[in-house]
Design a protein around this ligand. Structure first.
Ligand code: ADP
Ligand code: MG
Length: 250
């Protein structure tokens, strides 16, 4: 589903991603951990074209992400082509960034009606199903300010799912939440994983990685230090940097 090949990213002279290789199969949950500043968010943002990569290739299904390749030469995409590629990739951020002046339901139907031109009626029906799925059917008409952080994040997940993505990216989705609200969000993500969604999840929730992850990747300073079966990697990290990081978060 996702192939990341020798991806580099520079911000000016700052080399933030230094040759990342990663593969995520359909239906897999790939968990990424690593210290702050190691490039995790940048990698997700490159997959979702919020950033363009400096070198390498990213493919989602068979599509080269961010560029058109003609006879070995890369050309930038038009904004329309970017929008088409991004449509199939859902992203959930640390900060839920819902539209504050719209209800939960309105937040969810926004993209399907505006971008996909789905009718309001069927977008609403679908949105209610999704709210039910994230345990918030009775909060459809609440505004973000009337919801807890955990509820807002579950609305944000429902909003991403409303576009029927084939890949979901999560960037520390529980890091901004009070501890007692983390479990509900993780449960929604577990259900989503069980339903067969392909997911890349940046998180410090090692329990989630162990329980739900198919692979666990440890990044540091823009490189993949090690990657493998989550239970094995957590129990038996091969590199000193991984050991040191895990000893801090476990
Ligand atoms: P992580 O998510 O692992 O904490 P990030 O991907 O956010 O790491 O950041 C990796 C590095 O890239 C950091 O040093 C950060 O300061 C830098 N960085 C991220 N985004 C930008 C940007 N838009 N412009 C310049 N530097 C950036
Ligand atoms: Mg980050």
């Amino acid at each position: 589903m996702v192939r990341i090949q020798d991806v580099h990213k520079f911000f000016g002279s700052h080399h933030v991603l230094c040759g990342i290789d990663m593969t995520v199969r359909q239906g897999e949950v790939s968990v990424i951990i690593g210290p702050s500043g190691s490039g995790k968010s940048t990698l997700l943002r490159c997959i979702n074209m919020l950033e363009t990569i400096s070198a390498g290739r990213i493919y989602v299904r068979e599509d080269l992400i961010g560029f058109r390749e003609v006879k070995g030469q890369l050309h930038d995409l038009t904004p329309k082509q970017v929008a088409v590629q991004r449509r199939d990739i859902g992203m959930v951020f640390q900060r839920f960034n819902l539209f504050p002046h719209r209800t939960a339901l309105q937040n969810i139907i926004e993209a399907p009606t505006q971008v996909k031109r789905v009718s309001k009626t069927s977008a609403r029906t679908k949105a209610m199903e999704l709210l039910d799925r994230v345990g918030l059917a009775d909060h459809a008409n609440h505004y973000p300010a009337q919801l807890s952080g955990g509820q807002q994040q579950r609305v944000a997940i429902a909003r991403a799912l409303a576009m029927e993505p084939e890949l979901m990216l999560f960037d520390e989705p529980t890091s901004a939440l009070d501890p007692e609200l983390v479990g509900d969000v993780l449960n929604v993500m577990k259900d989503l994983a069980k339903s067969g969604m392909t997911m890349i999840v940046v998180t410090h929730e090692i329990g989630f990685a162990r329980e739900v992850g198919d692979t666990l990747t440890f990044m540091d300073a823009g490189v993949v230090v090690e990657s493998g079966d989550p239970r094995e990697l957590i129990a038996n990290p091969q590199h000193a940097r991984t050991q040191e990081f895990l000893s801090r978060v476990l």
